[in-house]
Design a protein around this ligand. Structure first.
Ligand SMILES: NC(=O)c1ccc[n+]([C@@H]2O[C@H](COP(=O)([O-])OP(=O)(O)OC[C@H]3O[C@@H](n4cnc5c(N)ncnc54)[C@H](O)[C@@H]3O)[C@@H](O)[C@H]2O)c1
Length: 306
């Protein structure tokens, strides 16, 4: 019985792949028609209200500029108010009709309620919520001194986006609005050293896929899976130390433009840049190859760091 079970376990993924290859052409036609339709009827966000968490730097900052260029009204949230004010200033120059800044920490449930209420009280509505705030830390499990040091990763990446979404949903229902989640390819990629970060992103993706199913189209949910994007989090020094510098690094501006286009089209997922999705196929079809390669490349770098 065990043998049959094991053989089936090995055979099911390639059989599923063969079925996929057979039926995929018709699915591709459907995807092409639906993509063209969504591109032609892309949402015009001029005058619409967009709330972005973690807007003081990196991807969140550039997402703010992209919405600003399209004339959206912005609520920018993060902990560093001085940085937010500088972003707000530039967003106004780029064409935003109104920008407000809300100092808040997304790990605190009361801050998340406050920032949604404040934005809605000021603008009278909410059209897009961009859950972008995030933190990362690198260490092999065996190098961690205090396991509790890693609690803020889950609190920020998972709970922060869950809290903001919970308080935003009643307002997004009224406008048939959208939620944009800046997750990561880390949600499926077992990059050593990013253990708790990867887990927080996997939890985030699972939560938003589930609530998207619950909404059934009433509120759009675009899940963004970026690869390596230049930012404070993915700075050059960190990338070299951890070995992630072997991957091509995408510019923040280009990534933000793709994200806002994707949100306005109403895509379910965006993998940015698109080719990083190939790794997912590798994980599905031959996970040993992916894990061996990752172990050989990344773990030696992280031992050097210890
Ligand atoms: N840069 C990458 O390679 C990459 C790849 C995949 C996913 N991401 C994701 O993109 C998002 C943005 O990251 P980034 O790369 O621009 O890094 P970043 O460090 O430049 O930006 C993170 C932002 O989140 C804010 N933030 C952190 N903790 C917060 C808290 N408790 N409350 C409020 N704001 C908080 C920071 O102040 C900052 O504005 C994150 O969710 C990250 O996980 C980044």
């Amino acid at each position: 019985m065990d043998l049959i079970h094991d053989v089936l376990n090995i055979l099911v993924p390639p059989i599923a792949l063969i079925c996929l290859i057979l039926f995929y052409p018709s699915y591709l036609v459907y995807k092409f028609i639906s993509y063209t339709k969504r591109s032609l009827t892309k949402e015009d966000v001029r005058g619409k209200v967009v709330l972005i968490t973690g807007a003081s730097s990196g991807i969140g900052e550039y997402i703010a500029y992209e919405y600003a260029k399209r004339g959206a009204r912005l609520a920018l949230a993060a902990r560093r108010e001085d940085r937010l004010l500088a972003v707000a200033d530039r967003a106004l120059k780029l064409g935003s009709l109104d920008v407000m800044v809300i100092r808040s920490d997304v790990t605190k449930v009361e801050d998340c309620k406050f920032l949604i209420d404040k934005a809605v009280n000021h603008f009278g509505q909410l059209d897009h919520l961009v859950n972008n705030a995030g933190v990362a830390q690198h260490a092999l499990l065996e190098h961690i001194n205090q396991i509790t040091d890693f609690v803020p990763i889950m609190d920020t990446n998972f709970w922060g986006s869950a809290y903001c979404t919970y308080f935003a949903v009643p307002h997004l229902r009224k406008t048939r609005g959208k939620i944009v989640v800046i997750a990561s390819t880390s949600s499926w990629s077992p990059t050593p050293g990013l253990n708790f970060y990867n887990a927080s992103k996997a939890a985030q993706v699972s939560l938003f896929e589930t609530i998207r199913t619950e909404f059934g189209g009433g509120i759009g949910v675009t899940i963004v899976l970026p690869g390596v994007i230049e930012s404070e989090m993915a700075n050059r020094k960190m990338l070299i130390q951890t070995g992630l510098d072997v991957l091509p690094i995408e510019s923040t501006g280009r990534c933000a433009k793709a994200i806002v286009n994707s949100a306005c089209r109403g895509d379910m997922y965006l993998t940015e840049p698109y080719w990083v999705g190939v790794g997912f196929l590798l994980k599905l079809l031959c996970p040993e190859v992916l894990e061996w390669t990752y172990h050989l490349h990344f773990v030696k770098n992280l031992w050097k760091l210890s």
